[in-house]
Structures are given as C-alpha cells and as structure tokens.
Design a protein around this ligand. Sequence first.
Ligand SMILES: *Cc1c(COP(=O)(O)O)cnc(C)c1O
Length: 392
Amino acid sequence: MIQPAAPLSPPSRILLGPGPSDVPPSILAALGKPTVGHLDPTFLAAMDETRDMLRAVFATENELTFPMSGTGSAGMETCFVNLIEPGDRVLIGSAGVFGTRMAEVARRAGAEVTVVEGEWGRALDPERLLAAGQGGAFKLLAAVHAETSTGVLQDPRELRRVADELDALLVLDCVTSVGGVAVELDAWKVDAAYSGTQKCLACPPGLSPVTFSKRAVEALSARSTPVQSWYLDLSMIRNYWGSERAYHHTAPINMLYGLHEALRLVLVEGLAARHARHRTNAAALWAGLEALGLELLVPAAERLVPLTTVSVPDGIDEKKVRAHLLREYSLEIGGGLGPLAGRVWRIGLMGSGSKRANVELCLAALRSALAEQGYTADNDPLAAAAGVYAAD
Ligand SMILES: *Cc1c(COP(=O)(O)O)cnc(C)c1O
C-alpha cells in the first residue's frame, strides 16, 4: 500500500513569465463553485453569457464563438483540422515557436504547407508572404498576432491584405493578444482565431476560445471529408454551444466558471482601459530595463506589450538569474526558446500581473540578480520606471 501524499500547498509565486500569469482571487474562487451538470439550466445560462462576453473581447459578431476544451494549442489545432482537408495548400508566416507549431499542426492535418520564415525578433514581411503565395491556390494564410517566443506584434491588417490578394482564409493566433492588446477580429476580417486562458485573460490554463467567421463556417460546411479529429470537430461541438445543446463531450464546468469570471473582469475594467494599463506598465518596464543597460530584442515599433524579450548581457549566466529571482523573490520570468534559448529572458506583464508593483519588483530583483554576477548599471531602473508613470 502506498502512503497517500500530503495535500498540496503550492507557493504564491509572482508569475511574470510567458504564461501562466497570476490569477486574481475572484477567478480562483469561481473555479471552486459547485459543479453542476453540463445541461443544468444555470450552466446553460453561464455558457450563453460566456459566448456573449467572448464576442465582445474578440470584437466579433461571429455566431461560432466559444471556448474549446484544452489549452491554446487545442484552439490552434481546432482551426487547422476544421478548415483543412487532405491536400489543401496552406501558407504560414513563421518567425517563432508558435508559427513553427502552426506549420507542424497543419502538416499533420494533411495540408501541403509552405512556410515563409522570418527573422526571430522581427515582424513578418507581408511582401515576402505575398510573393510566396502568388499563384499558389492557397486555401488559407496563417500567422501569429502576438508571438510569445520572440515578443513581436504582427499587424493583422497587412496579413488580411495578403490573404485578400491570394483569396485565402486568414487564421490568426491571438493567444497572447486577447485581453492585453487590441484585437478587432471583424474589423480585420479574420476568418478563424483562437486564444488561451492563461495569458492576458489571467485564468489558469485549460480552455481555448475560438471563433469562425461566416466564410470559415462555409468552408467547414463545404468539406467533402470528415474533420480528422473527432474531439475537435466543430460541426458537432457547435450543436452543444448552440440551441440544440447536443452532448458531445462533457464541458469542463468549473474551468468555464473561471473563464466567465475572467471575461467579466475584462469587461468591467473596459477593453480600452485594460490595453492602456498594459501599455503603461510595459513602457515603464522597458525604461527600467534600458536604465539597467539591458537591450530589448525587438525594435519599439514591432514590440509586443504583454511580453518583453530582453537580451542576456555577455558573461551573464541567464539560468542563475532566473533561479535567483525565484529563490529570493518568488518571482518567475521565462527563458528563451529555440534559437533564442540562453540568449534572452522573457518577461510577461499579462492580465492582473500587469501592475506597477510587479514592474518595480522585477526591476529591483533583476538588478540584484545581475549584481550577484558582478554586473552593475549606471542608472537607477526604478527612477526610470517612475518617470514613465509620472508622465502618464
Ligand atoms: C502559449 C501560446 C500558445 C499555446 O498555448 P498552450 O496553452 O501552451 O497550449 C500558442 N500560441 C501562442 C502565441 C502562445 O503564446
């Protein structure tokens, strides 16, 4: 007989990495509310409210809008498996881990994939996408709005222009943008988009909101082959989220309570105010990092507000810095991925984690961790950050 483990007592960290981000108490409390049946009338009402709030946060009127069960990657997979039939041609702009993942998911769904590789740390060049796509009979163009592995924001209007020229559907990864920077899916004419709960929505990981435009739903209806994944097949799942309430799989009831509360908090704050808050705190962080003599990987015009990539100075052991932050400050930031491994730190100011106290703590903690390795800066990062708040 094995001894039962002791109850868990996880520490209260300050999560300033690439996600998950800090979860506000009211969302944690929502997760602990009584579980009801997946057809309980109170739950059906909560589903409808969740859909309405999701549409507001995505700035869309798309009928097909709801959270998929699973993390952000499930949303990515949902878009590709529902829109792709074997042999379909797909164009992907990729300059980071999540663009690379899109290409892999599309290939596994049976697509013939053409990837336009961009430099990691820079936005994609729409002219290169267009040149690669012309005459290629591509069914869809896909790219990442907020590339969390590099800290780059891509302009969806440019992607739409390319997709229009190619007469292709546009699929957009909004995992790290929703709730942190403006997302305007209808204005941008995005055909399919997905997000995740644990980045700027400040919920634990576990759901992936998706939305399909009319044109994307038509493409789904026009399929001649069944969707390859039974679990992610929107033609069935939409009948549970629609008026039929047809059972497909058991909805993760309590996770949906959490998302409901997270979306409520976003709308109570107001989208514009929330985006402005993210911007101000990021600007203060950037000023402080520069005062520390650190270089930001991404040029200001392409820089993503909720996630900042910072180059590791020569001679600094970046893992030791992160270990110092965790040990001395209970503060988590991220390391680099792929070609950026060992070369950058990734600092997330997402959702409720985007606040002045976190900016100041992060700057002070970094200064102390760097000093431990003999690195000193001439300027005071906290004064630089304070200057940004004073000017705000
Ligand atoms: C985090 C992330 C994902 C994947 O989400 P998971 O919840 O880890 O499955 C996809 N795209 C981007 C841009 C992300 O930041």
